[in-house]
Design a protein around this ligand. Sequence first.
Ligand SMILES: Nc1ncnc2c1ncn2[C@@H]1O[C@H](COP(=O)(O)OP(=O)(O)OP(=O)(O)O)[C@@H](O)[C@H]1O
Ligand SMILES: [Mg+2]
Length: 487
Amino acid sequence: MLSARGVTKRFPGVVALKGVDLKVARGEVVSLIGENGAGKSTLMKILAGVQKPDEGEITMDGRRLDVSSVAAAQAEGVSLIHQELNLAENLSVAANLFLGREPNRFGFMDQKTIRLEARKYLTKVGLEIDPETPLSQLSLGKQQLVEIAKALSTRAKVIIMDEPTSSLSHGEVETLFEVVRDLKEQGVSVIYVSHRLAEVMTVSDRVVVFRDGEKVGELGVGEATHEAMVRLMVGRDVSQLYQRTEHELGEPALSVKGLRTEANPDHEINLQVRAGEVVGIAGLVGAGRSEMLEAIFGMTPPLAGKVQGVLPKSPREAMSLGLAFVPEDRKKKGLILDLTVEENTSLASLKMDARGPFLNREKEKRLCREMTKALAIKTPGPWQKARFLSGGNQQKIVLAKWLALSPTVLLLDEPTRGVDIGSKEEIYQLMEKFASEGMAVLFVSSELDEIMGMADRVLVMREGRLTGELGRSDFSEEAIMNLATQS
Ligand SMILES: Nc1ncnc2c1ncn2[C@@H]1O[C@H](COP(=O)(O)OP(=O)(O)OP(=O)(O)O)[C@@H](O)[C@H]1O
Ligand SMILES: [Mg+2]
């Protein structure tokens, strides 16, 4: 049904797509995978009218499609759920759902119809919320579900999902899969872009693999094994994703006592992480894990409690105590999109430089080179603005910025969200390396694999409190899930 032929897209310093083809049949679910910066989002944006190709054409049922703008593409039946959410925070959920529609179709809708319509699509994605809720009050995961509801409401023929599950909970992912199955039954096609290979295996009829702007392979249902996908993506085997070595633990390097957060004022959090120790925090989305890290780092100052003996009042103070924090929501809290890669990587460490306001250009350059190399950050050069990097590469910059500080305590919130498997391996290796040099690492992850693969010890949270602790020898998915869900 939908076909892209010979699509080429150039940006200053990069050729994002080099004459690629992609075909999607009616009711087919095609997954698109590839390393960070492979060109996946760029092709999806072209299909949805967000960006214009330099060469190539898009057709539907043999007819040339007008994808010269988002509205045009939507009118042709192509709808995109963005990788980086594209909603208006200050508007209500309902307003977001119907934002940007042609007024002749929706302009006459009264408030009541809007609410009813909104409810209908929200229910489809499993969101039982008042459509009048301001979007800003929803968690990242729920906002993502609103984006999905929005795409459903356009009655598209092709729905493109660019990493739709990166901040969804396990249950929400299941709901999404049901939505995909429903769409398929109705003859709607889905293009599914994801780094989560297990999900790709579950949902897709066919898997297409991109590398460096080119299609390097295609796998049918039976062929799309984890190994086959990784080999095509990375060009080598990644069999040892988690390479842990046992190292000696030192004194407690992070001490949190009697911490009470604004989100969960009734529970006290107490924990310690020793030098050289990697501690994972598991729990369902909404269990209060991010809130806890943000409180420890003084980003949302806690109501009470002590971190390293003092009440953390600001990130600056936490930094002076040797803490560093890689937040989950990189776009809002981690990056300055209009600064260059070089400026972003050196931001945190330069603030720490006690010698005054003079920027040390040489040091900044060196740092940037080291970090882009260590994390394999794909950028045409240090001069590129962070805004123009692919999603996964933005995540790596946030990581680079904090690692450049060589902190004594590293707090990480979903460190590999949206990161391709090759780079995951690199990030794990860095975590391991830093721990072996005596850093204390405390990380939140929704991927149990990652927690069990990397942590010396797991703390489990539920409803704002720590509900349990497991040492490596007691790790099992079941044990962790029990602590995360029991009441
Ligand atoms: N607006 C832009 N200006 C300049 N370069 C861009 C722009 N958009 C994308 N690029 C570059 O094009 C390449 C492909 O990026 P794209 O976002 O398509 O990758 P991706 O496969 O979606 O990666 P990820 O898995 O990290 O999301 C990257 O090198 C990126 O930096
Ligand atoms: Mg992308």
